[in-house]
Write a protein that binds this ligand. Structure first.
Ligand code: FPP
Length: 258
């Protein structure tokens, strides 16, 4: 099947695919739990960090493809609030990855018109990681294409608690009444507020065969379609993404209706 996608930078790209229907809805917001880096490395008798390094290359492939296909937001779970429990060597490596990623990939993100955003408790990240992230955000801030939304030191429950505290504080100071707290006001206090109409996830993918949500975007995933792939993240590629989108297109989303 052949189709023509027009990216928002007006460059047209022809895509040939049997995996999904180019005329049907592409999920606007895809969220991915990139799992299986450690197992991928262990299977090859390599240290776990080798899996994370290869996982970074997968991020590049999948980002590029998602942007070409016309996805509006790609949210990637890169580091959770629970990942600090891992050995220091692994944590240090994971904190260096965004530096290497943006060092090598920002030119391509510019070419793809991709805008970088980050959600999470970034103030707790080491300086070099935070600086790399802030630079990537500012370098790409004028881009108008897909948003690449990294979750770094992110946790869904903490996000909900923070939003609750923000609103409670506003009630306390009289800025709002309790009755003013609606779903849309609540969403304005979430870490995804900048995503506006694409705040909620349409399609949540987790790789490596694990079937859990692991504290990822608990509010935003309320009505998303879930897809669990057995493929380990470093082996996930453009074709795997397209196959997943094909599966999404066969689903019938009802949002609680009939
Ligand atoms: C889970 O696999 C993966 C992570 C905790 C880290 C994910 C990070 C990347 C894919 C690289 C991110 C890239 C950038 C640019 C920040 P795991 O280690 O839990 O795998 P396992 O379950 O097989 O042990």
């Amino acid at each position: 099947m052949k189709g023509l996608f027009r990216k928002r930078n007006q460059k047209a790209k022809e895509i040939t695919t049997d995996s999904f229907n180019v005329d049907e809805t592409i999920p606007h917001h895809i969220a991915i739990i990139m799992d299986g880096n450690g197992r991928w490395a262990q299977k090859k008798f390599m240290p776990r960090i080798a899996g994370h390094k290869e996982g970074m290359n997968t991020v590049k492939k999948v980002t590029k493809r998602a942007s070409e296909i016309g996805v509006k937001v790609l949210s990637l779970y890169a580091f959770s609030t629970e990942n600090w429990k891992r050995p220091d060597e692994e944590v240090n490596f994971l904190m260096q990855l965004p530096v290497d990623f943006f060092d090598t990939f920002v030119p391509e993100l510019m070419e793809q018109n991709v805008k970088v955003q980050v959600m999470g408790f970034t103030e707790k990240l080491p300086n070099h990681t935070r600086k790399a992230v802030e630079k990537a955000i500012s370098d790409t801030e004028k881009n108008t294409g897909m948003v690449l939304n990294f979750a770094l030191n992110y946790g869904g429950r903490s996000e909900l608690l923070e939003a609750s505290k923000t609103l409670a504080e506003k009630v306390k100071t009289g800025e709002i009444d309790v009755e003013d707290i609606t779903e849309s006001l609540f969403e304005e206090s979430l870490m995804t507020r900048n995503l506006e109409e694409y705040q909620n996830v349409d399609f949540m993918i987790r790789t490596s065969g694990e079937e859990r949500i692991s504290n990822f975007m608990l509010w935003q995933n309320a009505y998303s379609e879930f897809y669990f792939s057995k493929v380990l993240w470093p082996d996930f590629d453009e074709q795997a993404l397209e196959d997943a989108i094909g599966i999404y297109q066969k689903r019938h989303r009802r949002f609680g209706g009939l």
